[in-house]
Design a protein around this ligand. Structure first.
Ligand code: FES
Length: 217
């Protein structure tokens, strides 16, 4: 049975001159990422126990207040999970042939995701992206930098940037060629239990998938 995640707000800060919303939802703020700033409604009054979360119990996350262009971060199995509400413009850009030609594994052929999200948007619903937020190089947490250009220069297309050694991913978590990270960001098991509530850590009933079979978590 899934636990409901309790929310804590975290920082909303500037990057490249544009505001980024970065929100942490966790029972116990296990990673302590960011400082409290942005307004975010409580998702639930429940506060799952640390050991329950660490054991990998599924968590339900209400996305009804997540606006297009925003990302939230939840913890599952003590790992950061990114959930992004992508805009129509961002979804269109993910299909740009020029951008796709720059990716190492644009079709997600390496087993870095469950089979039910092996598609161009790497998700169940195109607008909602769910990723394990751990760089496949050496395990840093990439930064959400959805705006093209900015501090990363005109060649930056928007996506995730890992400042540790410069790895870059698009807004589907697909890694670009020529960076240290070898694989796309992993996608955890998940499915929607309502129109805007996603359950992290559990597959759709029709799709068995072992998260531990992913090539590199
Ligand atoms: S850990 Fe991300 S680039 Fe090295």
């Amino acid at each position: 049975m899934a636990e409901s995640a309790h929310s804590q707000t975290a920082d909303a800060h500037a990057a490249g001159g544009t505001r980024r919303d970065f929100l942490v939802i966790t029972g116990n703020a296990l990673l302590g990422i960011g400082a409290v700033a942005a307004a975010w409604p409580l998702i639930s009054s429940m506060n799952p126990a640390r050991d329950v979360l660490a054991a990998g119990a599924p968590i339900d996350v209400d996305l009804s207040s997540l606006q297009p262009g925003q990302q939230i971060l939840v913890l599952w199995r003590s790992r950061p999970i990114f959930i992004v509400h992508r805009t129509p413009a961002e979804l269109k850009k993910l299909q740009d042939p020029q951008d796709i030609s720059l990716l190492r594994d644009p079709d997600s052929n390496v087993l870095q995701q469950p089979p039910y999200v092996k598609n161009w948007h790497r998700s169940i619903k195109p607008e909602y992206l769910v990723l394990v937020g751990i760089c496949t190089h050496l395990g840093c947490i990439p930064e959400f930098m959805p705006q093209p250009g900015g501090s990363l220069g005109p060649a930056w297309l928007g996506g995730y940037f890992c400042p540790c050694h410069g790895s870059r991913y698009d807004l589907s978590g697909r890694v670009f060629s020529g960076v240290p990270a070898p694989y796309n960001l992993p996608v955890p098991p998940h499915h929607f239990v309502s129109g805007t509530t996603v359950r992290i850590g559990e597959n759709p009933t029709t799709s068995p998938f072992d998260f531990d079979s992913i090539e590199q978590i």
